[in-house]
Design a protein around this ligand. Structure first.
Ligand code: GLU
Length: 329
């Protein structure tokens, strides 16, 4: 939801409860403090947006008990989410594990400026650095991208950094060797189908509606393997090998799983977030784990144990309280 619209709704709601002042007794008996929290996600064709929705759905079931109202905001991605958590514009955000690592250690977009107040809550689904190309553009390997129009992602997204890493690992200079575009992932499938671009990168969980759209149009497409990843994986602790199962996108020309590398989606907040809010959200997601897992096919592989892995910022004490109580740490 648009932030201004959301804020206006909060103001209207506050005015509404202010206008119908209950008696003093009612005030002390029934009026509870309400905490509004917003989860920053990604654009609506990715997996972050439904993930924010899945967390909000589960937590909002207990809104009377906790006095927490959770809403979800579509955003331009991980880097934006970290920055918005740090400024207090967002209470929570979904952030790629590599971006979490870079933010807490003052690297890349945060070069020399570690985001010391960033806190990890849990990790969620795996995300693959995904490269999809039009078959007519004759791109069979990452090296074939030279001279082509390639969307590497908008500034503020997580994938832009991964696309640059993948290109550099293959010896391609993204500024001079390709015609790099910097548009948001949601627009890339349309641009590919309209022949405005030849290929695009997107770091996302699978299946995602962005790739369903891009692989089921009138322009045939294929996933391109990213295999020059050995050095990247040795150098950066947040990268691991991954693959895109061919069966997920029957419209793509690939007959076999497509090898690449990937990261994890993680749930983050600020050190300033009250312990009881983080505790409540963590507890509800973990205690309703089976229901949560059913909410998106990208969660199939996750376990409660895997949700504590891939985190590099300090865990928020509210989350630690639940993990200790539940015997998870
Ligand atoms: N990984 C992408 C990013 O951080 C977002 C993917 C999604 O929305 O599922 O920008």
């Amino acid at each position: 939801m648009n932030r201004w619209l959301f804020l206006s709704m909060v103001v209207l709601f506050t005015v509404a409860i202010g206008c119908s002042q209950p008696s003093d007794k009612e005030t002390t008996d029934t009026r509870k403090k309400i905490t509004f929290v917003t989860i920053g996600t990604g654009d609506i064709t990715g997996v972050y947006y439904p993930t924010g929705g899945a967390i909000a759905k589960i937590v909002n079931k207990k809104r009377e008990a906790y006095g927490i109202r959770t809403t979800v905001e579509a955003t331009i991605g991980s880097v934006y989410n970290v920055n918005a958590i740090m400024t207090g514009d967002l209470e929570f955000g979904i952030v790629q594990s590599d971006r979490q690592y870079q933010a807490i250690n003052g690297m890349k977009e945060w070069d020399g400026d570690p985001q010391a107040d960033l806190r990890a809550v849990f990790s969620i689904h795996p995300e693959s650095v995904t490269l999809l190309a039009a078959v007519d553009a004759d791109i069979k390997t990452i090296s074939d991208l030279k001279g082509k129009r390639v969307n590497i992602g908008n500034p503020g997204s997580g994938q832009r950094g991964n696309a640059i890493d993948a290109l550099e690992a293959a010896g391609i200079n993204w500024q001079t060797d390709i015609k790099a575009k910097s548009v948001e992932a949601a627009k890339a499938p349309g641009l590919l189908l309209d022949k405005e671009i030849d290929a695009f990168f997107y770091t996302v969980g699978h299946p995602s509606s962005a790739f369903k759209e891009a692989t089921s149009g009138h322009r045939p497409t294929r996933f391109v393997a990213i295999t020059e990843t050995g050095e990247l994986i040795r150098k950066f602790p947040y990268y691991a090998k991954s693959y895109i199962p061919a069966g997920l996108y029957p419209g793509a020309a690939n007959e076999e799983d497509n090898p690449t590398f990937g990261v994890k989606a993680t749930f983050c907040t600020s050190a300033k977030m009250p312990d009881e809010v983080v505790y409540a959200i963590t507890k509800e997601v973990f205690e309703n784990f089976e229901e949560f897992k059913r909410l998106h096919p990208a969660y199939q592989v996750i376990t409660k144990k895997s949700m504590l892995e891939g985190l590099s910022a300090p865990l928020h004490p509210g989350a630690v309280r639940y993990y200790k109580e539940a015997g998870l740490m």
